[in-house]
Design a protein around this ligand. Structure first.
Ligand SMILES: *Cc1c(COP(=O)(O)O)cnc(C)c1O
Length: 269
């Protein structure tokens, strides 16, 4: 199925366009003129919804986030190549190869071990060399952007690298990898804290991530704010996160509505 064959329900498209416009306005209201990337988290939502936002939002929405490697691969296969995909879910070593080979995978936000970074680097390198003699009408894939995920809440249920020396050493490894680009640090944080986050009431996980960013920037000789971004903030807490300096927010249900069960999710409608 190509995008021209994919059905877009006009009512659904209008609702999505209006919801994303509201989220964009809420970000602008607290960003003090900074550019903040909005990743529309489309996990378990049909490809039709993604196409509607890519075609009908003004400006078009191109950054989309997914949590499941196979679902991301299937959607990338049937949707236009100019979409910029983000893998934001729990990363498994076994998925690194397939992910890195998706040419328009723009960022992996959940790197938490050197082993996974090395796998992504190796397979991205293979993809890039296979494209070196490519036809001019196909966009050439680029280095893969990486967020190192930090477990800022200390909960064993949350993935992510330990803060401190471990985070610095993982960031150093990502920076040294020839086919990866260290874009910044990411956290999910504790739900209870995110619900309590409002501008003026600072979320401890976000404070922690900012401290880790400053530490890594100092150790690696990077200019914190400009060269190492923060990816923090979801539906419940994105305004507080932006007020605290987040460079990227990942918003799902506020744009797309409640998600279906994984067993009932459909790739296309
Ligand atoms: C699902 C998810 C989001 C979006 O969550 P919402 O509450 O629906 O906005 C953001 N980040 C990660 C890592 C997620 O898994």
């Amino acid at each position: 199925m190509t995008d021209t064959e994919m059905r877009i329900d006009p009512k659904r498209a209008a609702a999505l366009v209006s919801q994303i416009k509201t989220v964009r306005e809420r970000i602008t209201a607290v960003s003090s003129g900074r550019d903040v990337r909005l990743v529309a988290v489309s996990k378990l939502k049909p490809a039709n919804d993604i196409l509607a936002l890519a075609q009908q939002a003004t400006p078009p929405q191109l950054h989309f986030g997914e949590n499941y490697a196979q679902e991301l691969s299937q959607k990338a296969e049937i949707l236009p190549r100019h979409i910029q995909w983000h893998f934001i879910g729990g990363l498994q070593s076994g998925h690194c190869k397939n992910l890195a080979k998706i040419p328009n995978l723009w960022c992996v936000s959940s790197v938490d071990t050197e082993k996974k970074a090395q796998l992504l680097d190796k397979h991205r390198g293979e993809l890039l060399s296979s494209f070196s003699s490519s036809t001019p009408d196909v966009p050439t894939p680029a280095k893969l952007n990486i967020h190192v995920q930090i477990n800022t809440s200390g909960e064993s249920s949350k993935s992510g690298c330990e803060p401190g020396a471990a985070a610095v050493s993982l960031c150093r490894a990502v920076e040294a990898a020839p086919h990866l680009h260290l874009l910044g640090l990411m956290t999910i944080g504790a739900i209870a804290r995110s619900v309590a986050t409002t501008p003026g009431n600072e979320n401890e996980d976000f404070v922690r991530l900012r401290e880790q960013r400053d530490l890594v920037a100092a150790e690696l000789g990077l200019e914190g704010d400009r060269e190492l971004e923060l990816s923090m903030g979801m539906s419940e807490d994105f305004e507080g996160a932006v007020a605290m300096g987040s460079g990227e927010v990942r918003v799902g249900s506020t744009i797309f509505g409640a998600r279906p069960l994984k067993s009932e999710a459909k790739i296309r409608e």
